[in-house]
Design a protein around this ligand. Structure first.
Ligand code: AMP
Length: 218
């Protein structure tokens, strides 16, 4: 199963990708996480990406596309993968199609999580992330048992530098300008399924497994 999760920041792509990758035993490839790791490790790529990320802008395609195609070489993608946060513009989508064609594989389905701005802002402004295992919490909706501490691994919870109201606005603008057109791109390839990103994560997961089940059976 090879899936793309499409949707604005805060649509719940990361949460769904986590649950789905466990369920189907496929790799979860989140370009935001890969880039944050590069920044944390102060690599050459991380140094180049850092400022774009802080400002809520897209990191240049020349850096991101290479990173993703390399990640797709990893043996853990053999059984399938979920792309979360990639592609983010038409050029990335075209390069992805070409890269997959070279590998003689195809995307099965792109899921667009249609999400209201009200839900997005609430989710992103209350989001907290574990520094060690990257588990995602929300101060109101999914609070940890002990404030500031990850239930899963005991790691420290932090707020992303780009989860502040000004940068959230910028990221939503970038999404509208650069990423939203991918909905039509994948609709044109007859590979689009639209789901609501506003609903509860477990309910959405249940709905998506039904859709994927039909796709596998077809
Ligand atoms: P995310 O964790 O998906 O919200 O991504 C955080 C930030 O990483 C974005 O605001 C961008 O600066 C950068 N980023 C993540 N994925 C991409 C991508 N596919 N292309 C360009 N920049 C990206």
């Amino acid at each position: 199963m090879r899936i793309i999760l499409l949707g604005p920041p805060g649509a719940g792509k990361g949460t769904q990708a986590d649950i789905l990758s466990d369920h189907y035993n496929i790799a979860h490839i989140a370009t935001g996480d890969l880039l944050r790791e590069e920044v944390d490790n102060d690599t050459a790529l991380g140094q180049k990406a850092k400022e774009y990320m802080r400002k809520g802008e897209l990191v240049p395609d020349s850096l991101v596309i290479k990173m993703v195609l390399k990640r797709l070489e990893n043996p853990d993608t053999k059984n399938g993968f979920i792309l979360d946060g990639f592609p983010r513009n038409i050029n990335q989508a075209r390069e992805l199609s070409a890269g997959l064609k070279d590998k003689k594989i195809e995307i099965d389905l792109t899921v667009y999580l249609e999400t209201s701005e009200e839900v997005i802002i609430k989710r992103l402004s209350g989001r907290r992330i574990c520094r060690s295992c990257r588990a995602v919490y929300h101060i109101v909706n999914v609070p940890p048992k002990v404030e500031g501490v990850c239930d899963r691994c005991g790691g420290e919870l932090y707020q992303r530098v780009d989860d502040n109201s000004q940068t959230i606005k910028k990221r939503l603008m970038v999404y509208e300008q650069e990423t939203a057109s991918l909905i039509d791109f994948y609709k044109g390839l007859d590979k689009l399924y639209v789901a609501s990103g506003d609903i509860d994560a477990q309910q959405l997961f249940h709905n998506l497994t039904e859709v994927f089940g039909k796709k596998i059976a077809a």
